[in-house]
Every structure is written in C-alpha cells, then in structure tokens.
Ligand binder design. Structure first.
Ligand SMILES: CC(C)(COP(=O)(O)OP(=O)(O)OC[C@H]1O[C@@H](n2cnc3c(N)ncnc32)[C@H](O)[C@@H]1OP(=O)(O)O)[C@@H](O)C(=O)NCCC(=O)NCCS
Length: 230
C-alpha cells in the first residue's frame, strides 16, 4: 500500500512488520495440517478465488448497523487498491500499522503486501459490494502469518480511517481468529506500538495478554490463547 517517507523511517523491509515478513516459498511443509487457504478474486468482481492457487470463497459479514460487507482474499494485483486505502487513511493510522511514517504509493511495500507465500500467509480484504464513490474499495485488511514450526500465527490488521469505529476491526479480528482455530492454532500473537490504545483494547476484547518486549520498549506483544478451556 505504501512507501516509507524519507527521514527517520525504517526501511521498507522493516516496515513490513515481522508478522508479515515474506517467507520463502516452500518453507511450509506440504504435510502441514494447516492447509493452504489463500487466493484471490476481484474486489467485488467474483465469488471464488482464482488467481493464486487454492480457492477461498468470498464470505459475507455484517458490521455495525446491519451493513453487509464481503471478505475476499488479497490478490497479487491489489497494490493500487491498497494505495487507495492508504490515501483514505490518516498518517497516524498508517504509522500505527507500519510503525513508521509511510506515504501511500506503489512500491516495494505494496509488493510485499500483495505478493507473498499464500501457503503460510492469509490476508483478507473487506469491501462493500453495494458501495460507489468514497465508500468503495478496500475498507479493511486482516492478515495471519502461520508459524512454520509451531501451531501459532501472527496477525496484523488495518481498517481504513474513514471506516473506523463501526465494528469492522472487531469483525475482522473475529474472522481471523476463526481461521486460526479452524487450523488448530493454539496461539495468535501480534506486535503493536505501546501507545496504540485502541488496538490494545480491541485485542483485550478477545482475551489478549499484553507482554512487554524485552528488546523494544516501543512495542508490546499481544498474545491470544486459543487452546480449548477445560
Ligand atoms: C485498531 C483498528 C483496527 C480498530 O478498528 P475499528 O474498526 O475502528 O474498531 P471497531 O469499530 O471494531 O471497534 C471499536 C470499539 O468497539 C468495540 N466493538 C466493536 N464491535 C464489537 C462487538 N461486536 N462486540 C463487542 N465490542 C465491539 C471494540 O472492542 C472497540 O472498543 P473501544 O471503543 O473501547 O475501542 C483501527 O482503528 C485501525 O486500523 N487502526 C490503525 C492501524 C492499527 O493500529 N493496526 C493495529 C496494528 S497491527
């Protein structure tokens, strides 16, 4: 979606937070019980993923005041759509998401956000199929990157700033945790800037435990235990 601004910003690679860092294809063993899920269909163009391998059907979600949105996998050709999502978001929300100032433009980061190993990285976009004008386009994205050596995953989430506060973030978190449970994951974690109170509240609403990072006081790790409670 974005390019790092000049100045103190981290490199594009480090802006692509650890939970989204691209993993080499083939790093996920084919016998991994967490089977491929991800693929892509157009933003509102179709009901079945096609472009990137395994298919994932679009699904409908209802947020806020009975608004019907659809979820579809992020596609490799979504870079421009993510730039547009960035242009409709505030610099502060972009900084909270990428941990550094970024400028919405096509580039390395948009490639990283759209061209990734779909065996281990699930990314889904929400859109309004009935929307035109400013309400159209990608309204939010949630990602889950599976660990290759533990039944765990790391998430990242962003809701377009002009769509925030209507329940989409909560819904996307619930969806993402649903994938994780379905795949037998026992834990989902996320790295969040310490001052990101809204995201911390949202994570806590799903039972997250907040853990300081010993090597970085600017961020905390949120950890959501998915083991069945006895
Ligand atoms: C953090 C972020 C994802 C939240 O998304 P959002 O769509 O604005 O959040 P929601 O509207 O779903 O939630 C808003 C509130 O309603 C609550 N809520 C919403 N739907 C709910 C439901 N069905 N049941 C219970 N609570 C609900 C949320 O817990 C939250 O509580 P709060 O008011 O105390 O904060 C969004 O602001 C964002 O993208 N921020 C910038 C990027 C970022 O910080 N990403 C996280 C780093 S990975």
């Amino acid at each position: 979606m974005l390019q790092p601004d000049s100045g103190p910003a981290r490199s594009a690679d480090s802006l692509f937070q650890p939970h989204e860092r691209p993993q080499g294809r083939g790093t996920s063993a084919s016998e991994d019980p967490r089977a491929p899920l991800e693929s892509g269909s157009g933003a509102g163009k179709g009901d079945t993923a096609a472009a990137d391998g395994a298919a994932m059907p679009e699904t409908e979600i209802i947020v806020g005041d009975e608004r019907k949105l659809r979820l579809r996998p992020i596609r490799t050709d979504d870079a421009q759509s993510l730039v547009e999502m960035g242009l409709r978001s505030t610099p502060e929300d972009l900084r909270l998401r990428f941990f550094s100032p970024v400028h919405p433009a096509m580039g390395h980061l948009t490639s990283l956000l759209t061209d990734f190993d779909r065996e281990v990285h699930i990314a889904v976009a929400a859109y309004d199929p009935a929307a035109v004008g400013e309400e159209a386009g990608i309204l939010g994205v949630v990602r889950l990157v599976l660990s290759v050596d533990a039944p765990e995953g790391d998430f990242a989430i962003m809701v377009r700033s002009d769509q925030a506060g209507h329940g989409l973030g909560h819904r996307l978190m619930a969806e993402m945790l649903g994938w994780a449970r379905h795949r037998g994951l026992t834990r989902v974690t996320g790295e969040i800037l310490s001052e990101n109170r809204r995201m911390l509240r949202l994570a806590k609403a799903f039972g997250a435990v907040i853990q300081p990072q010993s090597d970085d006081f600017h961020t905390v790790k949120v950890s959501i235990d998915l083991t069945p409670q006895s």
